[in-house]
Design a protein around this ligand. Sequence first.
Ligand code: PLP
Length: 393
Amino acid sequence: MDSKAIIARDDAHVLHTYARSPLALVRGEGLYAYDAEGRRYLDFTSGIGVNALGYCHPAWVRAVAAQAGQLQHTSNLYYTAPCGALAEALCRRTGLDAVFFGNSGAEANEGAIKAARKYSADTYGPGRDRVLTLVNSFHGRTLATLTATGQDVFHHDFGPFPEKFAYVPAGDFAALQAAAAPDTCAVLLELVQGEGGVVALEKDYVARVAQLCQERDILLLVDEVQTGVGRTGTFLACEQYGLQPDIVTLAKGLGGGLPIGAVLLTRKVAEHMGPGSHGSTFGGNPVACAGALAVLDTLDETLLQNVRDRAAQLGAGLAALPFAAQVTGLGLMAGVALRGGVSAATLRAACEARGLLVLTAKDRLRLLPPLTLTAQHVDEALAVLRAAGEGMA
Ligand SMILES: *Cc1c(COP(=O)(O)O)cnc(C)c1O
């Protein structure tokens, strides 16, 4: 089937909720994806931060294929080894005490909100259930996580929404302090707002928020769905902020390409989530967990150092591009604010025509390459970006 036929069939039958590029990808290897006509693309999107090890990393393929051929699913009525092994590895690497597995970032955040409200209800009684989130945040597309998302553009026409969410501007500690009424049970935030434009929070602001939360026993929920699993140069972005939250959520990069989400909790919060309090048919699926274990095994200190080195190289290269007004983000979550008149969508299309896949966030260019990229891949991407932006700025 050629690209035209694949696209036409999809357009005829798949709900049009995505503004897709006219590209049909059929296979991938390492940093490169290939379309139906065999054209090669250097992929600096990782399937939006999902393919942490690039396409079809041998260790990941081996682990997933072996588990699929051994036991593909059992339900959560029984124990399987990969689920526990992954939970153990996640606790060891994060210092948190317990894990609940779901299948996506939104689901992980739903679980985090439920656990926070349960802890508060058990500890303080009913009515202390408000969740504070930040303006410009993104937490998912389910009704509760959509409500938690501090961007009105996503809200239109989908109400009524769950109650007791409130938004405060990112970086404004006084606003958060004022909003943290006695009925507040949790603060939910991303350390780098990804979909919101690749904006990293200030360390001092985050430290003050954490301090306030601790003083009032407001649970701190950090959405590391995009920033987690090495993306920013440490296993969690929390490490760079000196943060020890009550709950951390993971998803995107965790499964290396298979759907998985995780809620990581301290013992204090975990104790309140007993049998029947939460569940998922697919959560903890052995094939997804085997893939995630391969990601964690591969993501050693050497690979994390590669993330930091490539991030420095990429950041310096991006800042030197004629159309770059400002480079934002952390690690391999890079945003580029563009000079006046340069459109992110136009630049993205020009890159695609030259064989480089990139993302946009708001009016910015956004890059989320696989963590396994080399210095040559960075140079290749920068050369394409420079050529694509020729004459635009
Ligand atoms: C992508 C994302 C989500 C939603 O994840 P899904 O798997 O699409 O549900 C939630 N939070 C953040 C920070 C994200 O980047």
